[in-house]
Design a protein around this ligand. Sequence first.
Ligand code: FES
Length: 320
Amino acid sequence: MNNEWLDTIVVARHDATSRIVVLDLVSPDGVELPEFAAGAHVDVLVDGAAGLVRQYSLCGPPHDRARYRLAVLAEAASRGGSLGMHRLRAGDRLRISRPRNRFGVSDRARRHLLVAGGIGVTPLLAMAHALEAGGAEYELHYCARSRAESAFLDELERNPRVRLHFDDGPDEQRLGIATDLGPPDPDTALYVCGPGGFMDFVISSALGAGWPAEAIHKERFAPVEDVAAHTAGGAFTVRLAKTGGEFEIKDGESVLDVLLAAGVDAPYSCQQGICGDCIVRVLAGEPDHRDDVLTDRERADGMFTTCSSRALSPILELDL
Ligand code: FES
């Protein structure tokens, strides 16, 4: 983990729904928090003693550096992260990383379509704030199970650019890829964030409707496959170009785990192939990409995630 932790204080906390808590964080000494761009997330040290780190998107307006806003869904299968966040109260201290961003607003698009499923609305809310402030053309589609399970409804319903879609509502208000997104348009960027099944549906529908892959920007909160699917496979050797070290990666091991166990100072965060913090360049060999964060262009440019990808060649040389 390559984090410089920032101390913050929970200055406000409220339950947006029975399962979503909204937390406002400020600096303990009242100074501005680091700048961030819409779509950014921070690592949160949920339980310092256990070393439990989770990633949450910043959902407040990016121009507001007095406070950061997070919204956290209580996961039914929580391993301590979301429940630890729900236990926080005003006045509690919380350590976070500086904001990082692999889900920014496209500066090439003239129009922006934001499609959120459930808690996936958080980075898209920050984008909506930024696009609104910049006078950009955008539309935010927020899909949720019901009104009762929707966060930020007051704010969203005041915005004429927002469309709400509830699973338990009439058919005519459900999200329709063709009707709500319209035909592919070279000047429009599509942003998708939400649970895996929701994202798979929106992305595959958009691709099927002719949207080019490079127009679709996505951020997942959970890996498409489980960790075993990332690490299963034949053994190969990783060679580090800068140090000359060589390490065998066996079936069931990740490149990252082997490097960290050997004391290599390799960057990482989520260890699930979704954040991009462990990306390094491949200098030789053939990667077997299993992440869900790199674009086709980045893969073609030799980028590689050490936490979740393997090699198809006997040796993989990395720029480390
Ligand atoms: S550590 Fe997040 S993608 Fe590898």
